[in-house]
Design a protein around this ligand. Sequence first.
Ligand code: COA
Length: 339
Amino acid sequence: MTTRSAAISGIGYATPRHKVTNAMLSEFMDTSDQWIQERTGIKERRWARCGFEALGETSNLEMALVAARAALQNAGTAPQELDAIIYATITPDRELPGNAARLGVELGARADIPAYEVRNHCSGFLYGLQIGNALISAARCERVLVVGMELQSTGLNLCTAGRNTAVLFGDGGGAVVLQARSTPGILRIKLASDGRYAEKLGLEAPGFKRGYYLKTEDFCGEQPGVSPRMEGKLIFKMASLRMPQVVRTVLGECGFSIEDLSIIIPHQANQRILDMLSHELEGRVEIFSNIASYGNTTAGSIPLALAEAVAQGKVKPGQLVCLTSFGAGFSWGAALCRW
Ligand code: COA
């Protein structure tokens, strides 16, 4: 019997051109290059905007278009050949509607295909990948575009009160084309979530439950409701626990061990979390990192890291690659792929 599965046949990425160094951040808030590098491994990030100042790129959609066109070209796929578009982001250009259908129009995709909006934060790309993989495996689609992209710089609190989150996040992301194959590409995707921790990382506002979607006080005070809040230490602990666990689970379910893996492409949240991942896996596999250059780009982080790893020749045909994430929700997961 022929197996039908999805494989990544093309990949592209996009980031704003403007680099924001740690030293630049110390002009807005009480922080330092030394603190940020020691605690997070981040040296700089790309930002499309800084407060009200536009630094270059105008929107999440604009960057997704660049990444998607590169992925389509890389795959040798025409936009009209796409059977679905899946767009993972927590920072769409507008709250309603999201960016997915607009991306289809801008690319020149057909109108008779679905455009999915996925908002699972740092795990968004893996959640999108699972939808794409399922559509292809069930023979509903031949070619699917999966995008993970963020423009977060407009939502950060640049005062000292927001320094524990503002220094972490950056803009950018990537896109992949999934294509039906008779030999396995994506071998298994394992996703998980635990809503008990919903309050530990997120925004207070806006929200439909609050009487008004937005209130004047949401913009006031040292910790405005519209800026991200998080319990950094808890997230650190849980990310360091869940990512190695889920990597072992997907490997085990497919009958592989850590030694069979060529590389892990993890969500880039903090270099110390990546070091913990390496430690938990006893240093037996390479863990790709580009956090020094981009910070945490949420749903954009895995496709951006994967695109760079491929460009650097770190992911080669035939190799076993594992993608893994952890983020708000909490949600986490891993995808095992034969490249
Ligand atoms: N610059 C300078 N000092 C800072 C700072 C910054 N950017 N951010 C926080 N601090 C200060 C704190 O105010 C605190 O000061 P105090 O001791 O006087 O109260 C001190 O540094 C220690 O803060 P703490 O939050 O305990 O530091 P930490 O070692 O836990 O590191 C994070 C903070 C955010 C780097 C770390 O917890 C982390 O990376 N967590 C995971 C976050 C994450 O990945 N989020 C995304 C989810 S995918």
